[in-house]
Design a protein around this ligand. Sequence first.
Ligand code: ATP
Ligand code: MG
Length: 241
Amino acid sequence: MPELTKTGIDGLDSILDGGIIEDATVLVSGNPGTGKSILGLQFIYHGVREFDEKGIYLSFEENASDIEQAAESIGFDEWGTLVENGDILVYDKRELLGDTDFGGTLDRLLEAFEETEYERLVLDSLTMFELFFETEKEKRTYLLKFSDILKENGLTSLLINEQAAVFPETDIGLENFLTDGNIYLIQTPTESGVNRYIWVAKMRKQNIETDIFPMEIGEGGITVHERAAGFSMMDQGSSLP
Ligand SMILES: Nc1ncnc2c1ncn2[C@@H]1O[C@H](COP(=O)(O)OP(=O)(O)OP(=O)(O)O)[C@@H](O)[C@H]1O
Ligand SMILES: [Mg+2]
């Protein structure tokens, strides 16, 4: 039985049959505001706090101070301290986009990945990362190379993907096939706000629960409600957005 990396997200680890296989690369997809970044922050924060596993957080979207504010606003109060003491390594927008030559940035990143003390990684977002590559072929090659490097360096990784929940009639991006696992975050509007759902559509080598489960975002981050309220894709058809 391979070693598992617990996400530290209440409810999600049991859907995953214990966690994510160590060194796996998992795609986290969803529309804007579905909680992708919060899930990433929580994976890294709980990794350090609960499992003593250091993490790397790469963001093409925000500056380090915005990331810290986002983390603290959701209740990850020690985020700043953990960044200061090196338990969490943040590469923010400024650093990632600062070099005129993205190749140079990539080289620096690869050096950081080789620091064996880090065990988890979040890339927010893969969509932005992919903009650096011009052709589909180049993108595919880099994505494969990138996930190989993450694996070789023992990093269990979440790649955030700005993509709506996928149903058969829509175009399925290449990254969905190239990664070890696939988690979708879904939100549907209600009169009083939104209903939120999480769907683990794929996790290679693992016996997962493939139902869609309700989740909430609140103080402390994401909570997934298992068992009782899980429902099957089959009952829903493709009526979800
Ligand atoms: N403290 C909180 N309590 C409840 N809900 C919150 C809280 N903080 C944030 N949220 C909810 O989480 C959502 C944002 O989540 P997040 O930033 O992770 O989304 P995202 O999927 O990364 O979006 P984007 O694609 O725009 O980056 C907000 O829309 C908000 O509704
Ligand atoms: Mg985000």
